[in-house]
Design a binder for this molecule. Structure first.
Ligand code: ARG
Length: 275
């Protein structure tokens, strides 16, 4: 069993980050990211998480894998097991062997997906309490989510993602604790919204802040870290008893990512009650 004494987060420095292909509506090769600015923004996020008490572990960046910075997609962690991603797009498939090596050297048991199933890790699979909320259609397959449910023996609630801008579940849904979550209603159909209403307290995020990736927040204890420019959500979080922190992450929005995508919680999310 791997032991963690404090919130532990995996990140990967943006040395080779860039907009080299277009696999979601936010990416546009003619709107490149600025490497120095990306590094500054990434460092500020890293330092803020450390300040909030997190133990941040680093993965070595690799040339030719610009999206490796988005460690949320590396896999779904549950205790000492990691279900490795099986990326939909060829452009990201080279990340999985790198992720696998990192997890193995850190002492995790890695589990690869049966062939023919796509799964994009914690980007699409988030525990709220003992239930795994699972985004599917754009990147991950619903069959992958069911397979994880049988492997972990946990309840899976599949949520169909209906807007390509919110192509991963973590772009439109963020559990804060076992009974509370943020969500952007416009990213879901009626059926998914009904499924989500099982969560006792749902905090809706408005469209303009959702588009600034407000839902893509990192939760450390009662602290919530997100991109800047989301004042409505910040005030809703304060009302709910949380401490919001904002930090500029617009360089990463160019790739369709923000705070949460740049992190992977290794010891279990605050909201997770692992099976
Ligand atoms: N450019 C990346 C992609 O489209 C961004 C990934 C963001 N990660 C996330 N967990 N939402 O795959």
């Amino acid at each position: 069993m791997i032991k963690f004494s404090r919130p532990t987060i995996l990140m990967c420095p943006p040395d080779f980050y860039g907009i080299e292909y277009e696999i979601n509506p936010w990416m546009n090769r003619s709107v490149p990211s600025d490497l120095e600015r990306s590094k500054r923004q990434w460092n500020a996020l890293h330092d803020l998480l450390v300040q909030l008490g997190a133990d941040v572990r680093l993965m070595q960046p690799v040339a030719g894998l610009p999206d490796l910075v988005f460690t949320a997609n590396a896999g779904l962690v549950c205790r000492n097991k990691v279900f490795l991603a099986s990326f939909r797009h060829a452009a990201r498939q080279g990340e999985t062997p790198v992720d696998a090596e990192w997890f193995q050297s850190a002492g995790f048991e890695t589990i690869a997906f049966p062939s023919g199933h796509n799964f994009e890790g914690a980007g699409d699979a988030l525990f709220c309490g003992d239930t795994l909320y699972a985004g599917y259609l754009v990147r991950s397959d619903v069959s992958s989510m069911q397979w994880i449910g049988t492997q972990l023996n946990c309840r899976v609630i599949p949520l169909q993602l209906v807007d390509d801008h919110y192509y991963h579940l973590d772009t439109c849904f963020c559990p804060l604790n076992a009974e509370t979550a943020l969500y952007y209603p416009g990213a879901f159909d009626d059926y998914a919204r009904r499924a989500l209403s099982q969560i006792r307290s749902l905090i809706p995020v408005q469209a303009d802040e959702a588009a600034r990736f407000a839902c893509n927040a990192v939760v450390v204890g009662h602290h919530v870290v997100m991109n800047q420019g989301c004042p409505q959500l910040e005030s809703d979080l304060v009302k709910a008893g949380y401490v919001p922190h904002s930090t500029p992450l617009d360089e990463f929005l160019k790739a369709g990512g923000s705070a949460k995508c740049l992190t992977l919680r290794l010891d279990g999310e605050e909201a997770a009650v692992w099976p």
